[in-house]
Design a protein. Structure first.
Ligand SMILES: *Cc1c(COP(=O)(O)O)cnc(C)c1O
Length: 369
């Protein structure tokens, strides 16, 4: 049994993949080839944002917009403590301070009330300058952007959507990737839309931001590669990854539909056994993960492993308790919701090709404990 079945997906589109890859081998433009522009146009249209810029990874997609904002020492950027390290890592890499916020215990996303409290506290303390917020669409479900945008406007902060797990999701009919002025997504193979290596995309509604990102993507280039007007990075996606993504996009909308069916079936089968995920009425999740809660998590995970059923724990340690952020001075008990969920959460196999029979087998094994 697979946690994510990329082989089943590949079987469906093997011919398109081979054709797309062959084209790259034929034209030989491995960097910034025609597939790059084609993918950017296709995905900009898909999420309905004016500008899309492909990059080397989801991490670069988060880092580069912060570079546009000139984030640095003395700046505070607010984010969830319950996310993948990359979300907060990029803040620290630029010398700024990640200010963590606890999560909502139903959606696992940043709690807007606690977010505003953290910002107000930072303002009162006067040590750091509040600059921005990075909400994370955890497990595929968009964060609460209406409330978050209102807070951002009140305090004059930018919002950078971390849509690494939510590509394909929606909120009030708008696609993830378009829920803030700038959004970052990832095409790591295990994400809802994954390539065969590393890749990411930045979406923005602002042309001037897009222009600066274009420069940052190639070492801060000016009129050409050897005129450097700022410090940038090598943040390009390669043409082969774009070719893979173009082939996968042909079935992606259908896969998002299939994920809804798989999640719906889990919800039904698991009712009363574990706490199943709650998706807010305004949201459609991309179901990057199907994560459930149970106080006897470790016992269940062990039993499932013995039965050949793979699970994963996202995330066993909230970021405020990670050694990498020890310098920020947080301690156990600071974010009780995230800490409790970290102890009880586990994710079940989730992909568009999960058969009903397999899901029944998984649920039966959980009920056996
Ligand atoms: C995967 C992920 C990233 C980073 O993406 P990479 O492509 O692996 O660099 C950032 N944020 C979140 C929430 C993620 O899940």
């Amino acid at each position: 049994m697979h946690f994510i079945d990329l082989a089943a997906q590949q079987k469906r589109i093997r011919r398109q993949l081979e054709e797309r890859i062959k084209k790259v081998l034929d034209h030989g433009q491995y960097i910034l080839g025609p597939e790059i522009r084609e993918l950017e146009e296709k995905l900009a249209a898909f999420v309905n944002m004016p500008h899309a810029l492909s990059v080397a990874s989801g991490t670069d997609a988060l880092l580069m917009p912060l570079m546009v904002e000139n984030i640095g020492p003395g700046d505070a950027v607010f984010t969830s403590t319950f996310t993948f390290i990359a979300t907060a890592e990029v803040i620290g890499l630029l010398g700024a301070t990640a200010v963590f916020v606890d999560i909502d215990n139903e959606t696992f996303n940043i709690d807007p009330l606690k977010l505003e409290r953290a910002i107000a506290k930072t303002v009162t303390e006067g040590r750091l300058k509040p600059r921005g917020i990075i909400p994370v669409d955890l497990f595929g479900q968009p964060a609460e952007y209406r409330a978050i945008q209102a807070i951002a406007e009140k305090y004059g902060l930018f919002v950078l959507e971390d849509a690494a797990q939510s590509f394909g999701a929606e909120q009030n009919g708008k696609k993830a990737g378009s829920l803030a002025r700038v959004a970052a997504t990832s095409f790591f193979p295990a994400k809802p839309l994954g390539c065969y290596g590393d890749g990411g995309m930045i979406f923005t509604s602002k042309k001037d931001i897009c222009d600066q990102l274009l420069s940052i993507r190639v070492h801060g280039q000016g009129v050409d590669k050897y005129t450097n007007v700022r410090l940038g990075i090598n943040g390009r996606m390669d043409s082969l990854q774009a070719a893979v993504l173009l082939a996968k996009m042909e079935i992606f909308p259908e896969e998002i539909e299939l994920r809804q069916e798989v999640a719906g079936r889990y919800n039904q089968l698991l009712a009363g056994t574990v706490k199943v995920p709650r998706v807010l009425q305004e949201n459609v999740s991309a179901w990057a993960q199907y994560s459930v809660l149970h106080p006897r998590r470790d016992e269940i995970v062990k039993k499932l492993r013995e039965n050949g059923i793979p699970t994963a724990v996202y995330y066993p340690i909230p970021l405020h308790l990670q050694e990498a952020f020890a310098g920020l001075g947080y301690s156990q008990g600071d974010f009780p919701v995230a800490e409790k969920i970290a102890d009880e959460i586990f994710s079940l196999p989730m992909h568009p090709y999960l058969e009903p029979q397999t899901q029944e087998e998984i649920v039966a094994a959980i009920k056996g404990v």
